[in-house]
Design a protein around this ligand. Structure first.
Ligand SMILES: Cc1cc2nc3c(=O)[nH]c(=O)nc-3n(C[C@H](O)[C@H](O)[C@H](O)COP(=O)(O)O)c2cc1C
Ligand code: SF4
Length: 203
C-alpha cells in the first residue's frame, strides 16, 4: 500500500523511516531506562504485502532501540488473521514470534487464539516466545491467569473467537465492548444479584 517514491517509500530502510522517527522521539522522551515495545505484523498474509522476510529486513532498521517485540499478523484485508477467526488453531502463529526472536534475540510476545493454557506452556517451552499475549481471552475471563495459577483450569471460560461481542460492538458498531460468553465485563459477577422478572406470558 506504500507507493511513495520519496524517502518514506521504496527500500526497507525508507519504509521503516517513519517508524524509526517515532521510536527515536519516544526514546528521547522517556530516556534510556524505560523499555520500548514494538508491535508489528510479522506477516501481512496479503498478496503483495510484507512477508516474514520483508518484516525481518524492516526490523533491522528499528531493532536497536526496541526492547520487546509484540508480534501481530495480517492487515485489514486479512482481518481473520489479525483478530484470529475461530477455525484457526490455538497458537497457530507462534512461528512468527519465533522468526523474530531467532533473528534479534530479544524478548518476544506470541499472541493469537491462545485459548488453551497447555498451548501457551508449549510455546514457551519450545522457545518460540518469551511472553504469551492474551487479548480476547482476558475479555472472556479476566481471571484466566489466576485460575491457571491456582489449578482451577477446568473453570476457565475460554474465548470462542466469535468476534461478535468484542469486535462487533467495539470496532464494528463503535459501541462499548461486550462479550458473548462474559455477561458483564465491568462488574464481574454482580449481575447475579439482579433478578430478571419473568414475563407473565412469554409464549
Ligand atoms: C476489540 C478488539 C480491538 C483490537 N484492537 C487492536 C488494536 O487497536 N491494535 C492492535 O494491534 N491489535 C488490536 N486487536 C488485536 C489484539 O491485540 C490481538 O492481537 C488479537 O485479538 C489476537 O489475540 P487474542 O486471540 O488473544 O485476542 C484488537 C482485538 C480486539 C478483539
Ligand atoms: S465476544 Fe467474547 S468470546 Fe467472542 S471473540 Fe470476543 S472475547 Fe471471545
Amino acid at each position: 500500500m506504500n507507493d511513495r517514491t520519496d524517502e518514506f517509500g521504496g527500500s526497507a530502510k525508507n519504509r521503516s523511516r517513519f517508524c524509526r522517527m517515532v521510536i527515536d522521539q519516544v526514546r528521547a522522551a522517556i530516556g534510556p531506562h524505560v523499555p520500548i515495545s514494538l508491535r508489528l505484523s510479522v506477516d501481512e498474509l496479503v498478496a503483495g504485502g510484507n512477508t516474514i522476510e520483508d518484516c525481518l529486513e524492516y526490523l533491522e532498521y528499528l531493532q536497536d532501540e526496541v526492547d520487546l517485540f509484540d508480534t501481530s499478523a495480517g492487515l485489514n484485508p486479512t482481518i481473520q488473521y489479525q483478530i484470529d477467526a475461530n477455525y484457526l488453531e490455538d497458537g497457530w502463529r507462534a512461528y512468527m514470534a519465533k522468526a523474530v526472536r531467532d533473528r534479534f534475540h530479544k524478548p518476544t510476545i506470541a499472541i493469537g487464539n491462545i485459548r488453551d493454557p497447555q498451548v501457551a506452556e508449549d510455546i514457551l517451552a519450545r522457545g518460540d516466545a518469551d511472553f504469551i499475549g492474551l487479548g480476547r481471552g482476558l475479555i472472556a475471563d479476566p481471571e484466566w491467569c489466576n485460575k491457571i495459577k491456582y489449578g482451577r483450569t477446568q473453570q476457565l471460560r475460554k474465548c470462542i473467537s466469535c468476534n461478535v461481542g468484542c469486535v462487533g460492538n467495539r470496532i464494528g458498531g463503535n459501541k462499548p465492548l461486550r462479550c458473548t460468553i462474559n455477561p458483564d465485563l465491568i462488574y464481574g459477577e454482580a449481575y447475579k444479584n439482579t433478578r430478571c422478572p419473568l414475563p407473565v406470558t412469554w409464549w
